[in-house]
Design a binder for this molecule. Structure first.
Ligand SMILES: Cc1cc2nc3c(=O)[nH]c(=O)nc-3n(C[C@H](O)[C@H](O)[C@H](O)COP(=O)(O)OP(=O)(O)OC[C@H]3O[C@@H](n4cnc5c(N)ncnc54)[C@H](O)[C@@H]3O)c2cc1C
Length: 402
């Protein structure tokens, strides 16, 4: 039977879930507080191999290939000498048509392009997207669930998915936990027209400048017309939550004293008004993210640090697995339990692995990951949400319903 599924939040997680659940045959309404794309869309994003598998499962492989560039390996540049000292490739990569968990090559793109692609696919599939509508909570009973909007509207459905990000209102009601964890690290980001920096890139479309307590990733997006820069730095610098605290070239270069001019020169070409910073936050793992007819997804369920570049991938995986659970299990309460059982371990492992890698990267021993590859959990990239076996829920006893 077709259910009406309400998804709160049209981020990468919410839209992936919307498409997957729609493809499973349900009616879907997405409620988004912004009037258009979220402000985080002004940056690049890495889609790791499992993220590419998620796109494949959603039927969007051709579209994402057209909107992104492959990143099969990443040269690492020594922070002090400016020399490439390592070319890091995700191990065991095979080409896209092979079987197995490593069958997809990671890709990089502009967030807005990935977002637009998912948004268009949702609209084409018949998903309703309501913008300018902020959810403040939910009510539920044995017959259904209601999304409560800030403007007083009440929207009814059979299931509600909280995909409303790090500061999720749905999570706040369900879990009631405190502030996210501050980690003492800040991300700086900029998108720079390529003609301003082309002569400084050393012919590398992608690279990470790697130092003891900071690393700075840069890659070309939008058909090599823009350079995406993201620097993760351990610092006392303050930044507001969100993606849009303005910063200056002087502030960032001040954090990178002793770094080779090869990177500093690039940073100094970032035009005024194009450099932003935000604090790196995560949340503690949960052992439950379902409350009857309501479930959390993406950062709302498991906000993690970006050291593996995998947070959005995990959110998209959630969406694909939720769709599969809803296709498999006609009872929506059991479907949510199946979704949770199938995803908790994977998402929480990624969250904790990201935290551990952050401690290594920001703790002064980042360069150790080169000499001791075991410090990195490469298995994190060996997952396919389209084929991973689902862990089916047993009975209504698990849903809390009698
Ligand atoms: C510096 C940095 C770099 C990163 N780089 C990568 C990377 O390269 N690769 C990767 O995979 N991940 C990366 N991530 C992680 C990734 O950005 C997140 O994990 C991902 O965006 C989470 O998606 P989401 O849909 O769960 O949440 P969000 O993207 O936060 O989307 C939530 C949506 O919900 C909406 N919303 C919020 N509250 C409400 C409400 N009350 N009512 C209605 N709508 C609401 C918001 O407007 C938003 O559209 C990075 C993160 C950081 C901080």
């Amino acid at each position: 039977m077709s259910e009406r599924i309400i998804i709160v939040g049209a981020g990468l997680g919410g839209l992936s879930a919307a498409l997957a659940v729609r493809q499973a045959g349900h009616d879907v309404l997405v409620i988004e507080r912004a009037s258009h794309f979220s402000d985080s869309a002004g940056a690049g994003i890495t889609i790791t191999a499992p993220g590419m598998a998620a796109m494949d499962a959603l039927g969007l492989r051709r579209q994402i290939h057209a909107a992104s560039a492959p990143a099969p390996s990443t040269p690492l540049i020594h922070y002090a000498t400016g020399e490439m000292f390592y070319n890091r490739a995700v191990p065991n990569l095979e080409d896209g048509e092979q079987e197995g968990p490593h069958r997809f090559i990671p890709r990089v793109t502009h967030r807005a392009d990935l977002h637009a692609l998912l948004n268009d696919a949702c609209l084409d599939a018949g998903v309703d997207i309501l913008t300018d509508a902020s959810v403040i909570g939910y009510e539920q009973d044995r017959g259904g669930v209601t999304a409560l909007l800030a403007d007083g509207r009440r929207l009814d459905g059979d299931v509600l998915i909280g995909a409303d990000g790090l500061r999720s209102k749905v999570r706040a009601q369900m879990i009631g936990d405190a502030e996210p964890n501050h980690t003492g690290a800040v991300a700086w980001r900029a998108l720079v027209p390529v003609e301003l920096v082309e002569d400084l890139l050393g012919g590398m479309d992608i690279a990470i400048h790697f130092g003891p307590t900071a690393h700075f990733m840069r890659y070309l997006v939008r058909n090599r017309t823009m350079l995406n820069c993201v620097g993760l730095v351990r610092t006392d610098a303050q930044a507001r939550d969100g993606w849009a605290t303005p910063s200056t070239v002087e502030e960032l270069t001040g954090e990178l004293a002793g770094w080779h001019h090869g990177l500093i020169d690039i940073i100094e070409r970032i035009p005024e008004g194009m450099l932003f910073k935000w604090p790196l936050l995560d949340r503690d793992p949960l052992d439950n993210w379902v409350d009857g007819r309501v479930a959390l997804l993406g950062d709302a369920a498991h906000a993690m640090l970006p050291y593996y570049g995998i947070g959005a991938t995990i959110a998209m995986e959630d969406g694909v697995v939720l769709g599969r659970a809803m296709a498999l299990e006609p009872d929506p309460l059991l479907a949510l339990q199946t979704y949770q059982r199938s995803r908790l371990l994977r998402a929480n492992s990624a969250l904790l692995a990201s935290r551990r890698l952050g401690e290594i990267y920001m703790g002064g021993s980042a360069l150790d990951v080169i000499t001791q590859p075991a410090l990195m959990d490469w298995n994190i990239y060996a997952y396919d949400p389209g084929t991973v076996p689902l862990v089916q829920a047993g009975s209504h006893a698990e849903t809390g319903e009698v």
